[in-house]
Design a binder for this molecule. Sequence first.
Ligand code: FPP
Length: 244
Amino acid sequence: MAIFGKKETLTLPAELPKHVGFIMDGNGRWAKKRGLPRPFGHKEGAKQFKKIVRYCKDIGLQNISFYAFSTENWQRPTDEINTIMELFREYIVDVRNFLSENTRMIFLGDKSAFDDDLQEKMIKLEEDTAHYTEMTLMMAVNYGGRSELAHAARILAQKAVNGEIKPEDINEQSIANELYTKGIPDVDLVIRPSGELRLSNYLIWQCAYAEYYFTDVLWPDFTPAELDKALIEFDRRNRRFGGV
Ligand code: FPP
């Protein structure tokens, strides 16, 4: 397949990762470099998010997830949180328009922290798109990997107390089944722009065997051509999953 990059000679690998996780980092620094307040960086980041989602659909990626707001991000200044929440609101209204049909939407994280109307909209979007099969688009909001695992542990403990399961029956699959990503393939490739080399509590269970792609490019500058580079690099990796 022809790719977005400048050199038309490059082609995308035949086999693409089953799940790409994006950590949308560097919005604040993008704004600072231009002498703008941090919220401007998030607005620009949200625009880039849309471009990347469309491109992922065009090239046939099946599962994509985006880290938009972590359980720790509530510590940020109020105006910055408000901007992200506004963008999130716009996204929920807009998402039906900017993607053609056949895309399933899932929200990863604890919805209970959001306003009631927002929670209802998120649930409605998940229900309305549950039968779509071409691509699954996951947005992690109020998400933390450790908190997700604690949530799964509470559900399993309650099931054991109710006598629905025995503690010795709990295995990797039963834990995976209580995660927000139930039924979604594990992350094959994590992409983190902005030069930071860490996972920051993102899908820690699902990334157990993920490959990592780091770049100094800031998220608002992360173009489809940058994604091409990550996919080509992923294709070069030799994944052994603990074998030889
Ligand atoms: C990390 O960059 C980015 C975030 C915590 C928020 C990401 C949110 C968006 C891209 C906007 C919301 C998008 C949608 C579609 C709802 P940072 O602020 O930590 O950047 P820095 O490390 O340069 O300070």
